[in-house]
Every structure is written in C-alpha cells, then in structure tokens.
Write a protein that binds this ligand. Structure first.
Ligand code: NAD
Length: 386
C-alpha cells in the first residue's frame, strides 16, 4: 500500500446530529425486522439514556428486550451470555447503545448468533465467515472508540489476562447513529479517557505503515478537532458544542483507523490492560507520549504535522524539534485533563514490565508501527513510562 495504491473501506452508513437518535424507530422499521435486542450497560441505563430509546421502539410497535449486563472492557463470558439471551428472546435485530464495551459486545453477539461456537475462535484477522442477516445499529454514548463504524471488536480474555481483537469487515454496523447529546452525561474522567483514546487512534493511524491519503485526511482533521475540544469537554461536559466536536473527532478517527490501522500504543495498551486490569483509555493515555517520542524519528514530517494540528508553535522550529513537540503537546493535554501520565500511578511495578513487553511484541498492530521495535525496545518504552 502506498499513496497511489490503497483500499479505503467505509461500509457503515452514518447519521450524525444533535437529537438524531429520534429517528431510530423509523430506521429499524426500514430493515423490516421486529424483535430488537438493545445491548447496553448499567451506567448508560443509570444516566437515563436507555429509557427514552426503549420507549420509542416499543411505541413504534417493535418487540424490545434489553441486555444491560455488559461490564467495561467486556469479557468473553459476557458475549456468550448475551448471545444466549438474544436466542432465547428470538431476536432478529441488534441495537448497541453505549461506549465501546456495549458496541463490541453486540458485534460479538452477532457473530455467535450467526455462526455459533466459542467467541475465542474468531479472534484475529478475517475469521468471521460472512455477512450477517442480523442488522446492527450502533449508537455511541462516549466519544472515544469509533467502534460505531469500525471492523473491530476488542474483548478481554480474563483466563489468559490478555485483550483479544476480532477484525473482519463483517463486523461493521449497518448504521451508526451519532447523537452528541447522548454524551453530555459522561463524567469528566470517562470523557478524558475516551477522548485520549480517540486522539491515539488518529495519531497512530496518521503515522502507521498502512497510512493512505483518505485515512490521513480523516486522521489529521480528527487530531485538530480533538486537540481543540477535549479540554473544554472535560471542563464542562454539559456544553453541547465541544461534545459535538468530540463526537465528530472520534468518528473521523474511527473511519481513519479502520483503514490505516494502529501502532504500538495499542499493543502496549492491550498488554497493560490485560496485566494490570487498567481500563483502555487510561492505559492509552499513560503510554501515548512515550510511544510518540520513540516513533518520531521514523517520520519527523508527520510528527511535525501532528504538533501543528495540536496547536503547537512549530513554525520556525527545526523539523526534529517540531516533531518532538507533538509528544510534548500530548503530554500537556493528558496532564490538563487529569489522567495519570505514569504507569506507577496505575499500580504497575517494575517487575511487571517484562511480561507486558513480551505480550505486546506479539500484538497484531506492531507491524503497522512506523518504527519496528524488538521486545527490549518495548521494555525500554515501558520503563520510561513507569
Ligand atoms: P465503556 O464502553 O467501557 O464505558 C465506560 C463507562 O462509561 C461505563 O461504566 C459506562 O456505563 C459509562 N458511560 C458510557 N457512556 C456514558 C454516558 N453518556 N453517561 C454516563 N456514563 C457513560 O468505554 P469506552 O472507552 O467507550 O469503550 C472501551 C472498550 O472499547 C474497551 O474494551 C476497548 O478495548 C474497546 N475499544 C474498541 C474499539 C473498536 O474499534 N471496537 C476501539 C477502541 C477501543
């Protein structure tokens, strides 16, 4: 793949706008299905986001069941329980309402409803046999994962203490309804952690070995939008404008990384979440600036672009200094939004690091990283981040 040789995929139709979730019942009816399972979690229910959506579907004459038993960073068992419930309720349509955890759970439920077996069997690239007959509508309530449009589901294998990723074009939802008003209730720490996750998607895609012009354009715009709005969204979550910009930024980042893929922030982040049970966005925030410092020399110009997109004064700096300013800009952002910037703040000990480096080196995204690390280099990054 190169600038004149690429495939850009975007299979999910996106509807975006404040209040646009009101159109959900009409959209479900267009699919000519009747038995809807809403996959969500207790936090989303408690935030009052489920009740009006459930009622709107019932009022439209649809049969509605709710599976709200999804935990953050969902485990494999959760997918099996959800799939059993979907079968018991004879569902024929899935609506995922929540952050990445309910959206990825719904993707997993759909795989098992179509194909049976153990969800672990589908981990890796292109193991899902074919397109589903069960439509999926994703409705994000965080601005972070981009899962509303992505071809990925990330699940926690607590037996092995690792995160597994299922990657297949057949995972993409048929429709994503992105309504920024659904994110107003997300508390500051969740806003901060999910926002840094979205920024990491955009940054890692922009410098990835599979970078390509359409994904670059989306990623760079996402970096600008997130850089300009994340502080305000954390500082005052009830203001719709920064929230709408964050919803847009994480959507653009999702569209980008579906095609350009990610790098070792996500490899190390998956190892950190698996070993230390640290939630995804927090793990990413504590690693991203260190990985950017490591990666900068692989593509100084693109790191310079990132610094500029994040509002750094780079005109007049050397390309090298401008490139390293990008990592500094992210470090300042992480600090301003009050996320941990050191692994030790997450309870990680020096003795844990070698195991994490060993597990990260086998992660699928290492090959896409612009600078190719060995295990010792991954360990060195973790030591710096400790
Ligand atoms: P999440 O879905 O785990 O939600 C975190 C918490 O926020 C939950 O307690 C939830 O109840 C609460 N919450 C969500 N929306 C809320 C709202 N509007 N108001 C109040 N509370 C709200 O968080 P996430 O960061 O969106 O998702 C993380 C998961 O997504 C991880 O498992 C991660 O690995 C995965 N992920 C998936 C992809 C993908 O492409 N599929 C990409 C990145 C990350």
């Amino acid at each position: 793949m190169s600038a004149d040789n690429f495939i850009f995929r975007m299979t999910t139709t996106v509807m975006f706008g404040k209040g646009i979730v009101d159109q959900l019942p009409a959209k479900v009816q267009e699919f000519k299905k009747e038995r809807v399972l809403i996959v969500t979690d207790k936090g989303v229910r408690q935030a009052g986001l489920l009740a009006p959506i459930e009622k709107s579907l019932v009022d439209a004459g649809l049969h509605v069941a709710v599976f709200d038993d999804v935990e953050p960073d969902p485990g494999l068992d959760t997918i099996h329980r959800g799939a059993a419930f979907f079968k018991e309720r004879q569902g024929d349509f899935l609506v995922a309402l929540g952050g990445g955890s309910p959206m990825d759970t719904a993707k997993g439920i759909r795989i098992l409803a179509d194909n049976g077996g153990n969800i672990r069997d589908y981990a890796g690239l292109n193991k899902v046999p074919g397109r589903s007959s069960i439509p999926l509508v994703t409705i994000p309530t965080t601005s972070g994962t981009g899962s509303e449009v992505t071809i990925f589901a990330v699940l926690s294998d607590w037996e092995q203490n690792v995160k597994i990723t299922i990657s297949s074009p057949y995972l993409a939802a048929e429709l994503a309804i992105v309504d920024p008003l659904l994110t107003l209730s997300a508390p500051p720490r969740i806003t901060a952690a999910t926002g840094i996750d979205a920024l990491a998607h955009a940054i890692e895609t922009y410098v990835s070995n599979l970078a390509q012009p359409p994904a670059d354009a989306l990623a760079l715009r996402a970096i600008e939008v997130i850089g300009a709005n994340l502080r305000a969204a954390v500082a005052n979550g009830s203001k719709p404008e920064p929230r709408a910009e964050m919803s847009l930024g994480s959507l653009l980042a999702g569209m980008a990384f579906n095609n350009g893929f990610l790098g070792i922030t996500h490899s190390l982040g998956a190892a950190l979440s698996g070993h230390a049970h640290v939630s995804h966005g927090i793990a990413i925030a504590s690693l991203l600036p260190y990985v950017m410092e490591y990666n900068a020399m692989a593509n100084l110009e693109k790191h310079w672009d990132i610094a500029l997109a994040l509002g750094e004064e780079v005109e007049g700096l050397s390309v090298r200094d401008g490139a390293f300013a990008a990592a500094e800009a992210v470090r300042n952002l992480v600090e301003d939004i009050n996320l941990p910037s050191r692994l030790r703040e997450l309870g990680v000990k020096e003795g844990d690091l070698a195991g994490m480096a060993k597990s990260a080196i086998g992660h699928g995204m290492v090959k896409m990283n612009p600078r190719q690390p060995n295990e010792a280099e991954l360990l060195a990054i973790l030591k710096k981040a400790l």
